[in-house]
Design a protein around this ligand. Structure first.
Ligand SMILES: Nc1ncnc2c1ncn2[C@@H]1O[C@H](COP(=O)(O)OP(=O)(O)OP(=O)(O)O)[C@@H](O)[C@H]1O
Length: 736
């Protein structure tokens, strides 16, 4: 028996008719209670008059929220540039350019505020702000091509917002070190190993450097007797075959000993390093995974590429390794530089300083040239309409999913043109930037050659003075350029250190930013929920959207009742069920369960009391058994599984070897031709095994043919027995 008793609550986009369908329980056949028939009048009142100022306040609050489908600076600038290409100076462009400025100002301010507040993961890494910080220059290009200037006051405001944004980003970069450190500190059990491996690394680097010194000593010892013998032979005319002095042997022994020690230290260090990295990466990976799994639906709704999150977890060990390697490399480099520095200074400090000066001068000039280059490149592509992939249709033309669509609409030639436009747009930018960089190459080559000439000249003048012979001069030059090269690499290492820490700092953002709905915080009652729901003047709109889905919806569901929510497509039926599970929180009003606001309960407990069966059966690519026991808090026996499957009318299908060759142990991916109705009944069996007191059915039978509907309905009837059930269905609305 379906009894539509609901009121109509107008939402922005559609209307929700919350039809309360009461059905006598399969055996009990109780009459519908009056309390269920209508909501208290005060709740209805609140949905109209009292809601108005609050709604206005909410709208104001959301004024700065990003809204899907809202016009962005990027879109408008693109449109203006397209128009400017066809008709430069068109009068419409004046307003277009001004609006570009306003949109950019709004987006810059919002991104700056959110990046600074660090409470929104979409902005926390600063990437969005970084993109926007490139736009003011771009805005000038739009204005130039459109032949209309941005109003002066607005330009000043954009400039101010740009400066503020840059300042926030600079400050945020400084905080990355702290965040990465906090992330590393999460892996407390790995820290002693990290300390040990760092000590071993420092020891191995020091021994390595000492080895360098002894190698130089051996060379010096080898050269000394030859020189002495050669001068003696020249003086006395005697043979130069003097016996190897003991100093050479001693130096050689010392060198071998030190090399052996260095090898042992390196072996120990690599073992300790592997262990410490393994432990640290694992703990951090697990923490990141836990944080991501616990994120709320608002956060997940903002994720454009879910696979990117899996990659974040998987790539973390490499990022930890790279971050931990950075200080170690730095220590090693500093030790090497010091010893080379000392060795060269012993021979010729002039050579050393000349090399250092030259190297750094070359480096400085290269830096200036490359900065100029990127400035020229930016200028050369300013105002270029860059193709963005989402504006083209050829992208999908070769995917098997859409190929029939493309062929049936004979889109081949159009898509070829589309691709040509895209390639032209892309090539234009590459041509311009390529032309600028090809100009810079000869400049760099001239600088490098000039430095080589000065180096050789210094070496020549040292030899002329008789300070060094050719082989000594060459060795000293090698060491000196080693010092210069290593000191430059150290500079780059220090600059790159920040980038190496960034992924860890980002991971910290994910871990540290608490979800809006914290899963394990709140009241946990003893025993199971009774299932008494009351919707009291519930208002709701999705985060980032302005259109209200629910406006003061009120109804009551007594324990054990079956209540149907009906209405047109998109009116908010599924949303009501999401609110019950607390995937989102109501924006106003409240939902009570057994007399308490559901926000007071621990969400983990609340969700353990509820099972939802939706229109689209959700089964994992695991075995049938694993899918069936997915929601159980204990390991059910085979008899229990069989009972649940029989109640869900799926047991006979499971024993069909054609479909499920290994019965319960069949992998879902291997099961052949499993119909939608069968999958739905597997979900029902899963719900029966989980045995929750509350059931949410979201169009559970609407995607099925009549035969399957009857089978699934029979299974549902058994599942609903004794449970409070909220069932969303637009079919009931259509029938009524
Ligand atoms: N996660 C979400 N974020 C933003 N908007 C959403 C989200 N989910 C649903 N909506 C929007 O909310 C409105 C109500 O959606 P809902 O799924 O609750 O409607 P419904 O009545 O269950 O429709 P149907 O009968 O088609 O399932 C729709 O306009 C939908 O586009």
């Amino acid at each position: 028996m379906i009894d539509i008793l609901a009121r109509r609550e107008l939402a922005d986009s559609a209307e929700l008719a919350a039809g309360v369908c009461e059905e006598a329980q399969s055996s009990g056949a109780e009459a519908p209670e009056a309390a269920c028939a209508d909501a208290p009048p005060e709740h209805r009142a609140s949905s109209s008059s009292a809601a108005a100022p609050a709604a206005a306040a909410e709208e104001e609050e959301d004024e700065d929220e990003e809204e899907d489908g809202q016009l962005t600076y990027d879109d408008l600038a693109r449109r203006c540039l397209e128009l400017a290409e066809i008709s430069p100076g068109a009068p419409e462009l004046k307003a277009g350019v001004e609006w570009c400025g306003r949109l950019l100002l709004r987006e810059l301010r919002r991104a700056t505020r959110k990046t600074e507040a660090q409470d929104d993961v979409r902005f926390a890494d600063g990437a969005k702000l970084d993109d926007l910080l490139l736009c003011p220059e771009d805005l000038d290009g739009v204005a130039r091509l459109s032949r209309h200037a941005v109003p002066k006051a607005l330009r000043l405001e954009v400039h101010e917002a740009y400066r503020e944004g840059r300042w926030v980003r600079r400050r945020q970069r400084r905080q990355e070190f702290r965040k990465a450190l906090q992330m590393i500190l999460l892996a407390k059990d790995a820290l002693p190993w990290v300390l040990l491996s760092s000590l071993a690394s420092a020891a191995s680097a020091s021994v390595g450097v000492v080895g360098l010194h002894y190698r130089a000593e051996v060379l010096a010892a080898l050269q000394r007797p030859r020189r002495v013998a050669a001068s003696a032979a020249a003086a006395a005319g005697a043979s130069a075959g003097a016996a190897a002095p003991t100093a050479v042997r001693t130096a050689m022994m010392a060198m071998v000993l030190v090399e052996l020690l260095a090898a042992a230290a390196r072996a120990l260090e690599s073992q300790l390093r592997a262990r410490s990295q393994d432990l640290m990466a694992r703990s951090i990976q697990v923490r990141l995974f836990e944080a991501l799994v616990a994120k709320d639906m608002t956060w997940w709704g903002g994720q454009k590429e879910p696979w990117a999150n899996i990659n974040k977890v998987i790539c973390l060990p490499a990022q930890v390794e790279s971050a931990l390697a950075a200080p170690r490399t730095l220590v090693n480099r500093i030790s090497t530089i010091s010893i080379q520095f000392a060795l060269v200074r012993q021979r010729s400090s002039r050579m050393l300083y000349a090399m250092l000066l030259m190297h750094w001068a070359k480096f400085g000039v290269n830096e200036v040239v490359s900065r100029l280059l990127s400035w020229f490149q930016r200028r050369s592509v300013r105002g270029l309409v860059m193709p963005s992939q989402d504006k083209f249709t050829w992208i999908y033309a070769l995917s098997p999913e859409y190929i029939r669509l493309y062929q049936s609409f004979a889109r081949g030639p159009n898509e070829a043109l589309d691709l040509k436009r895209y390639l032209c747009g892309n090539n234009r930018q590459q041509e311009l930037t390529g032309a600028v960089s090809s100009l810079a190459k000869p400049v760099m080559a001239v600088i490098s050659q000039a430095c080589t000439v000065v180096e050789l000249n210094t070496m020549g003048s040292l030899m002329d003075e008789g300070t060094l012979d050719i082989s000594q001069a060459e060795t000293v030059m090698q060491y000196a350029s080693g010092v210069a090269r290593d000191s430059e690499s150290t500079y780059w290492d220090i600059t790159a250190f920040q980038d190496k820490l960034s992924p860890l700092a980002r991971a910290w953002d994910f871990v540290a930013l608490p979800p809006k709905i914290v899963l394990d915080r709140g009241f946990v009652p003893e025993g199971r929920a009774k299932g008494h729901f009351v919707f009291e003047g519930v208002h709701f709109h999705y985060p980032g959207r302005r259109s209200k889905i629910l406006r003061g919806t009120s109804f009551e569901v007594k324990p054990g009742q079956v209540v149907g929510i009906t209405g047109t497509t998109g009116c908010g039926k599924s949303t009501c069920l999401s609110l019950v599970e607390r995937f989102f929180d109501v924006t106003k009003g409240r939902i009570l369960l057994d007399g308490r606001d559901i926000r007071e309960y621990q969400p983990r407990w609340l969700r353990s009391q509820i099972v939802a069966v939706s229109q689209e059966p959700k089964l994992l690519p695991l075995t049938i058994r694993d899918n069936l026991v997915f929601g159980c808090d204990h390991d059910p026996t085979l008899e229990e599984i069989e009972q649940a499957c029989r109640a869900a009318n799926i047991w006979d299908s499971l024993t069909d070897p054609q479909k499920f060759p290994n019965g319960l142990e069949t992998q879902m991916t291997v099961a052949q031709n499993v119909a939608g109705g069968e999958k739905q009944r597997l979900c029902i069996a899963r719900a029966i095994l989980a045995n929750p007191p509350i059931l949410l059915l979201d169009e559970a039978t609407s995607a099925l043919d009549e035969v399957s509907q009857a089978q699934v309905q029979e299974a549902l009837n058994k599942l609903m027995a004794g449970r409070t059930t909220l069932a969303a269905s637009s079919a009931a609305a259509r029938k009524s």
